[in-house]
Design a protein around this ligand. Sequence first.
Ligand code: NAD
Length: 485
Amino acid sequence: MATLKHVIGGERITPTANQWEDVINPATGEMLGTVPLDDTHALDRAVQRAAEAFEAWATTPILQRARIMFKFHDLMTRNQADIARSVTIEHGKTLPDASLEVARAIEVVELAASAPSLLKGEVLPDVSRGVDTMMVRTPLGVVAGITPFNFPAMVPLWMIPPALVSGNTFVLKPSEKTPLTSLLMMELWEEAGLPPGVLNVVLGGRSTVDQILTHPTIKAVSFVGSQPVAEYIYRTAAAAGKRVQALGGAKNYHIVMPDAHIPRTVEALMGSAFGSAGERCLAGSVAIAVGSAAERLIPTLRQAIRDWKVGSGLDETNDMGPVIREQSRERISHFIRTGVEEGAALLEDGRENPVAAEGFFLRPTLFDEVTSTMTIAREEIFGPVLSLMRAPDLKTAVDMANQSQFGNTATIYTESGAAARYFRDHIEVGMVGVNIGVPAPVAIFPFAGWKHSFYGDLHATGMDAFRFYTEEKVVISRFWGTEQP
Ligand code: NAD
C-alpha cells in the first residue's frame, strides 16, 4: 500500500510521522494509501517554502496569474472524467455526482480567471484640492486551507484559485479520508505552470491543523468541516490574530406546500436527502409537510425510496454509493435507533437488506411523525436519513425550521409566489431554495450559511473570496508641483 507524499516547494516529500491513517475505498473496503497524521516538520517546511515563494508570486503581473487559471481550467476540463473517478473511488459518490462536483469546482476557476476585472481598486481624484485617493487590494501572504472529506475536488477549489490569483501563496491540508483528488489536482496545477512553493499540499490530521492555527507566518485560514471543529478553528485562529472563515455543519429544512408539484418535489427531495448518501452540507434532512401536502407526498416518496438504487458509485445506474466509513454507518444507524426510541415512525429502514458484504452501504431511511425536540430533527446526521414533520400552515413551518441552531440552506416547494416570498423573507439561512433541492449558488455568488453553520464574516466564493484573500490599502497623495502647472 502506497504511502502518500506531501507536495512541498514542488517536491514530493515522504512523510515522517508517529500516527498514520489508511485511505479506504468505501465501496469495497480496499486500502488506497496511507497518510501521516502528525508530520510537524512537513507543515513548517511547507509554510517556509510558501513564504519564500510569496514575493515573486505577489509581484507576478495579475494577467499572468490569471493565465495560469485559464491553463488550469483547460486541464481540469480535459481531465474532468479522471478527477471525477478519483472522487468516486475515495469518497464513494456516484460518477455523475462526482462529475457535477468537478464542474462546480471548475466554476470557481472561472471566477478566479476574471480576477483582473474583479480586483481593480478604486480611485477618486481631487478629494481635496490636488489630493487623490486610491484603494488597492494587496495579497495577505501565506494562507492555509483545511478541507472536509465530502467534496474532495470542489472545496479545495473554493479556496485555492481565488487565493492564488490574488497573489497569496497557499498551504492545503486536505481531509485525511479523501486526500487523493487534491494530490491529482496538484499535478494539474504544476502542468498549468504554477511556480514551486506557491501551492503546497501537506497531509495530516488534527495536530497538523493545530499547527496551522497558531503558525505565526500564516495570515488567514479557510476551513470547511463539521460544526464543532469550525467553531474551534474560528476561535483558535482568530485568537492567534488570523483572518478566518469557517464553514460548519448543517440541518437543512425543506417545506412542502399543499400546492407543490409532487413528482418534481419528490425528485428534488430524493436528490437532496439521499444524493451523495446524504453526505452533503446542503443535504435536505427534514421535510415539513404543510396542511394536506403529507397525504400526497408520502406514497410517492416511499415508492421513490424503494426504487432508489444503492451500490458502487462506479456503476452509473446506481443512485447512491456508500457512506465514507464503517464508523459513519454505525453513527447513522445509532441516529436511526434514537429516532425510534424517541417515538418517530420508521417508514423505511435503510439498515435492512444489506447491499454488499464489503463496503459501507446503507439504504435510504424515512421517518414520519418527527417533532422538533427529537434528536433526528435537531442534529446533523450526515447520512441518508430523511425526517418528515407536519405543520398546519407556512408560518408555523418556517418557525419550526428557524428553531434550528444551523442555518445553511432551506427550500420551499410551492407554485405560489406569495408563499415563496414569505419563505424567502423569513427563513433564517444563508442559501434559500425555491423548488430547488440543493440550492448551491454558482461560484460568482458567495457560499455560506448563517448561525452555527458559519463562523466568520466573508463567505466562500463570489466577491467575498477576493475580499477575504486581500487587504485593502488606501493611498492618499498630493504632488506639490501639480497645484500650479
Ligand atoms: P471534520 O470536521 O471531521 O473534518 C474537517 C477537517 O478538519 C479535516 O481536514 C480534518 O482533518 C480536520 N479535523 C477534524 N477534527 C478535527 C479536530 N478535532 N481538530 C482540528 N482539526 C480537525 O469534517 P468532515 O467529516 O471531514 O466533513 C463533514 C462535515 O463538513 C459535515 O459536518 C458537513 O456539513 C461539513 N461541510 C460543510 C460545508 C459548508 O459549506 N458549510 C461544506 C462541506 C462540508
